[in-house]
Design a protein around this ligand. Structure first.
Ligand SMILES: [Fe+2]
Length: 460
């Protein structure tokens, strides 16, 4: 058996391909499907089957395009109500691919249509080898239960408890666990950074699986839910219908600096995808920075929304193409164009560039002692609760559709996150919202702790 995990850091998403006797199966494909076609060619196999473990909410899946390009069948849980040609699967459905058997477990909970796929490599053993758990079971966590219009989070959390204890945990401890997401995904909370685990390890160490009472489990899962970006329900709908092929997207239009200025005066969004330090040093005034180096697509989807039609600013054609694909992966397709010639063309056209000052943590500590600044922490709640800078104001980047209410516009604001990726995004949004005195902290809270500066813990 051939088996490969494809991990997409930008979305913390894992998809899979397995093959036997020349026939391949792809599970939870990302929107750009070229990687699976290339892998199939490299291994001399044909993609015949595509499984979706559920209707993904955090990205647009490539199942339609992959099916169109290979003739493969798509399999998805019956409860999905999928509107594309598919095989609706239920508990007990089995697919034999060469010497590999794929058995479906219906595991409602994260969503009502969720399934897990138990893989048995009959060439090696009659016992199951691995389970592809989708968003039912992650490494260290389980899927969030609040992405449905049909069921309440409490109802779904109850279903998830039953699915885990009556089905997934009935598997042998040796069975490997391959989930659809890793650390940083908003489909769960506290995922570990590894990419594979086993039923035994999860049984022993996964926080959610240590809760033995159904009632407590429901309580745990429905409190302190992670932020839910608006685009999540839209992506689930796109996936229910099946997205159009990426090749159908129109070419990006080059936009001159003077035209961009006019468009921005009328409210257009300029999205600068360069690294944060470059953006801080010089950028188009009013541009939003979301660098390609981090979880770019999730942040763009969450902060701009799928209806946005941004103009991209990048420093190479490759970066522009990369940004375009990554935006399409979450369903943000209406890119208006790109700034021709990048930031240099802006100043060449006689227009002024803006900058965001950056300071190190020692400098921040001095300024705080002189009470010259207000500190804004834009990390997520669990990070804030695990420790923060005394006196800081907390407003996570996920909430930035609304400006931080406790920040005084007349006092300089210094922004930090964990290591500097999110704080520059926040600085750019604050500048765009009219905050004039905005400074970024180099290295964020990690640098603060490394310099042994005081950390206070506890709730806000
Ligand atoms: Fe999901």
């Amino acid at each position: 058996m051939y088996f490969e995990q494809f991990y997409l850091g930008c979305l913390a998403h894992a998809s899979y391909m397995l093959a036997s006797a020349g026939e391949a199966v792809v599970v939870d494909p990302q929107r750009d499907v070229e990687i699976y076609l290339q892998a199939a060619t490299a291994h001399g196999v044909s993609i015949r089957h595509i499984f979706e473990t559920h209707l993904h909410a955090d990205f647009v899946s490539g199942h339609n395009e992959l099916a169109a390009r290979t003739g493969a069948k798509i399999y998805i849980g019956e409860q999905a109500g999928a509107k594309f040609p598919h095989v609706a699967v239920r508990d007990g459905f089995e697919l034999q691919v060469g010497r590999v058997r794929i058995s479906v477990l219906e595991t409602p909970g994260h969503t009502s249509e969720s399934i897990c796929l138990v893989i048995t490599d009959e060439g090696k053993s009659p016992e199951p080898w691995a389970v592809l758990t989708g968003d039912t079971l992650f490494l260290g966590d389980v899927g969030r239960p609040d992405l449905s219009n049909r069921y309440t989070p409490a109802q779904l959390a109850g279903m998830l408890y039953d699915s885990l204890h009556n089905k997934v945990l009935r598997l042998n401890d040796r069975v490997l666990v391959y989930p659809a997401h890793g650390a940083g995904s908003l489909c769960g909370r506290n995922m570990r950074a590894e990419r594979v685990s086993s039923i035994g390890t999860e049984r022993m160490t996964n926080c959610a699986l240590q809760i033995k009472s159904r009632e407590e489990f429901v309580q745990h899962l429905t409190s302190n839910l992670p932020p839910r970006p608006e685009y999540f329900l839209q992506d689930a709908d796109i996936n229910r219908t099946g997205a159009s092929a990426l090749s159908d997207l129109p070419q990006l239009r080059p936009i001159e600096a003077i035209e961009l200025k006019k468009l921005m005066d009328e409210g257009a969004i300029a999205l600068d995808v360069r690294p944060g330090e470059q953006f801080a040093a010089a950028h188009v005034p009013g541009a939003i920075n979301i660098a390609l180096s981090g979880q770019f697509a999730s942040w763009a989807g969450a902060l701009l929304g799928l209806a946005a039609s941004p103009v991209l600013i990048a420093d190479s054609d490759n970066a522009l193409a990369e940004a375009r694909v990554r935006l399409a992966r979450v369903g943000l397709e209406n890119v208006l164009g790109y700034l021709k010639g990048g930031v240099a063309s802006w100043s060449a056209a006689g227009l002024n560039l803006a900058a965001i000052p950056q300071i190190d943590v020692e400098n921040l500590s001095d300024q705080m002692q002189r009470k010259a600044v207000q500190v804004l922490d834009v990390r997520r709640e669990p990070e804030w609760e695990a420790g923060h800078i005394e006196g800081a104001v907390w407003w996570p980047l996920d909430n930035f559709k609304v400006a931080p209410p406790e920040i005084d516009r007349s006092v300089p604001v210094v922004v930090h996150c964990k290591s500097g990726y999110r704080s520059i995004i926040a600085c750019s949004l604050l500048r765009r919202a009219g905050f004039e005195q905005v400074t970024d902290v180099i290295g964020g809270f990690d640098a603060w702790k490394q310099a042994s500066l005081t950390v206070s813990a506890g709730n806000r």
